[in-house]
Design a protein around this ligand. Structure first.
Ligand code: ADP
Ligand code: MG
Length: 701
């Protein structure tokens, strides 16, 4: 079926509005680049003052063009774009690519909105503004002001930075990293990353979608679209991942959520592999565009040098695919093709005496063995073997394995050497096997293939709502707080809210006066007494918490002590009373929280509790809402995994109930967007079950 975005990315005809005869102008470059790249579609320059540009007939107005126009590339100044968009709309143009800058990036949100509004009116889609253009290699279409098309291949690179895109365009020729498309996405006034991912997931020329991301506007949409795309790998390099400084946050969760952590969590949820830097972006793009995903955890390394083998071993551990010792039958087979002093453990060291043929044999054995899920071949240039012969052996082994294996196994290669090695690299890469200059890069690229494999194996999380929650009950509580208490949620309210969403909490009541205590007939001792005041954030810091109270006398006594403590530390504190609550048995203390992220909305955090949580930063994040299985991933990403599974003879904790509670809270904060921050800190986790003993909710004002 015809897709409207074909008119943008695979246009049959292009008008350049603002085409120019001045060789220094962008309007000239775009026309010239289209001609130079041998674009086969129709090209219509538009300029009110010119009759001919670069040998092409020039139109004074886009509406003068008699034929259909799929795409208009707009190179006029920002202020003129609304008028041009209007004309394009009347003409029946389908897509606009707006190169002009001077929009939201300099504060002119109004102009950008005008552009989009006009386009919507006519059903046109907009790429940009503030872009370099579109390069479509299979179509030989350079609709941009970058000087040439990229090195051919199957990577589709979409960049938020135009300057970087132009620079990388040239780099592709030096590094021989092949691209099908280079797309400048600019300000994303209309089309954003999610739209392009959705469109290109079915593109036969694209086998890896790579993103350079500065910021994602609609985080939820990005996750929802990307997570469903399992047929193609998506890779992202995010810039600006350092901590967002100390955001004025009153909760633990708020102060721990830096934008880098939230983005990494979002990418994981979206099934997007992350790159660490530009070199890594190219390396991983190359591997993902050429090789099948790694389906299983067993990576085998074949090397002719011990040194590079150790470097690869370190890298494998660092990048999350630690090497394992192969089974005996595989080792025995490998032993037969190497000298006595070789090693058939992992890395398989076929020694410096190895010639190309040995490599070929070892690789064939490895690829055919069911234990092996992927192979990284390392080669140090020697006088015994010519790397060009080795390249041929690797390629042939791959062909043989392709025929006999049901599941294709990925191969990455690292060649270290001189000129001849470069030639071998070039040849092998043309055959679709990625070659890197160092063992750690070959392994890092493999780790991207494994991450993609894990996404495929896991599938995407479709959040299943809990239906046994009391949504209306929470609505009521929040309404009452808004009307009667100026939006301040105290500990008792916070626990009530959690409890209405099916989360076990320590039973808590409020005593507004000492007299109230006398009327509390059904208290089961021991209890805990805590200050309730909107002016006290960390209750225990001001002597506002007394644990293990055994009888009524002690409780009355505790009441007075807490009042005294708080009044001496914070004299002006307005005090609601004392919370009397069930003394929960000691468990493993964890923190579960939520904070509002500007891009992704409610975002959940998990960490082990205790006073060091903000120093250790051993916490994990996910964008709400999500199911229990994602909550288990969150726990497993922290030391919580070891502690809850029972380290050093301790009993461990109820991972299942905890994960369920995290998932339920993720639903709560999604159901009630007025919740700005939430901390359940601590939650006691027991061998069986959990209990929230302290909770805090801050509403948006
Ligand atoms: P804050 O975090 O404001 O200082 P908390 O209510 O979290 O105050 O209390 C401090 C500590 O006291 C908790 O981390 C927990 O170890 C313990 N605690 C609090 N409430 C209870 C309770 N109901 N049962 C058992 N222990 C509790
Ligand atoms: Mg607390």
């Amino acid at each position: 079926m015809e897709n409207l975005l074909d008119s943008m990315f695979k246009p049959k005809s292009i008008a350049i509005v603002g085409a120019s005869r001045d060789p220094h102008s962008i309007g000239y470059s775009v026309v010239k680049n289209l001609l130079d790249s041998k674009y086969q579609g129709k090209i219509f320059p538009v300029n009110p003052k010119a009759d001919e540009i670069l040998g092409l007939k020039c139109y004074h107005n886009i509406e003068d063009i008699e034929e259909n126009v799929d795409l208009a590339i707009i190179t006029v100044p920002a202020a003129l774009t609304p008028q041009v968009a209007e004309e394009c709309g009347r003409k029946g143009v389908k897509s606009l690519a707006v190169i002009a800058s001077g929009f939201s990036e300099v504060g002119r949100h109004d102009l950008e909105k005008q552009l989009v509004d006009i386009s919507r009116k006519y059903g046109m889609r907009v790429l940009g503004p503030n872009i370099v253009g579109i390069m479509n290699n299979p179509l030989r279409m350079n609709a941009s002001f970058a000087p040439h098309l990229p090195y051919p291949g199957k990577i589709n690179l979409i960049s938020q930075s135009g300057a970087l895109l132009v620079a990388l365009d040239s780099r592709t020729w030096v590094d021989r990293v092949g691209m099908s498309y280079l797309i400048s996405i600019g300000n994303m006034s209309d089309l954003d990353f999610a739209d392009l991912i959705d469109y290109f997931k079915n593109d036969p020329d694209t086998s890896c979608i790579s993103l350079y991301v500065e910021g994602i506007k609609n985080g939820r949409k990005f996750i929802d679209v990307s997570k469903r795309v399992l047929e193609k790998p998506i890779l992202a390099l995010k810039s600006g991942v350092s901590e967002r400084g100390s955001v004025a946050a009153a909760s633990h969760t708020g102060s721990l959520a830096g934008s880098g952590k939230v983005y990494s969590a979002a990418f994981r949820q979206a099934g997007v592999v992350q790159a660490d830097n530009l070199e890594d972006l190219f390396d991983k793009s190359l591997a993902l565009s050429m090789q099948p995903p790694m389906r299983g955890e067993n990576l085998l390394i074949i090397t002719n040098g011990g040194g590079v083998g150790v470097l690869a071993t370190d890298a494998a551990e660092k990048f999350g695919i630690p090497l394992k010792e192969p089974p005996d039958d595989l080792k025995n087979e490998l032993k037969k093709i190497m000298p006595d002093f070789g090693s058939a453990k992992n890395p398989v060291d076929i020694t410096g005496m190895a010639d190309a043929e040995w490599y070929g044999k070892a690789l064939k054995i490895a690829l055919k063995h069911p234990w092996v899920d992927a192979v990284t071949v390392l080669y140090c240039e020697t006088s015994v073997s010519d790397p060009r012969d080795l390249a041929i052996e690797i390629y042939e082994a791959k062909l043989e394995a392709t025929e006999c294996n049901k599941i294709q196994k990925p191969i990455t290669v690292s060649f270290i050497g001189g000129e001849v090695t470069e030639r071998a690299t070039e040849w092998l890469q043309k055959k679709g096997i990625p070659v890197f200059r160092s063992p750690d890069r070959a392994v890092s690229a493999m780790s991207a293939l494994r991450q993609y494999g894990r996404f495929i194996e896991k599938g995407f999380d479709e959040f299943q709502k809990f239906w046994d929650v009391d949504y209306e009950g929470v609505r009521e509580i929040l309404k009452d707080i808004e009307i009667n208490r100026n939006g301040y949620v105290n500990e008792i309210d916070a626990k009530n809210i959690l409890s209405k969403y099916g989360i076990p909490v320590a039973k808590t009541v409020l005593a507004r006066s000492k007299d109230d205590l006398n009327n509390m007939n059904d208290i089961v001792f021991p209890v805990v007494a805590k200050i309730v005041s909107k002016d006290v954030i960390h209750k225990s810091d001001v002597g506002g918490v007394i644990l293990n109270i055994k009888n009524m006398d002690e409780l009355k006594n505790a009441y007075d002590r807490i009042m005294e403590n708080v009044k001496s530390k914070i004299p002006d504190a307005s005090i609601e009373g004392i919370a009397v609550q069930e003394m929960a048995p000691q468990g493993i203390e964890v923190i579960v929280g939520s904070t509002e992220d500007p891009q992704f909305g409610p975002t959940m955090m998990f960490g082990l509790g205790g006073i060091f949580v903000e120093i250790m930063k051993d916490v994990s994040f996910r964008i709400a809402p999500f199911s229990k299985s994602i909550a288990i991933d969150m726990i497993n990403e922290t030391k919580g995994k070891a502690v809850l599974s029972g380290a050093r003879g301790s009993k461990g904790g109820d991972m299942d109930k905890l994960a369920e509670a995290i998932s339920r809270i993720s639903q709560l904060v999604s159901d009630f967007p007025e919740i700005k921050e939430l901390d359940a800190n601590p939650i006691m986790v027991y061998e069986n079950g959990i209990k929230v003993v302290d909770a805090r909710i801050i509403l948006k004002r």
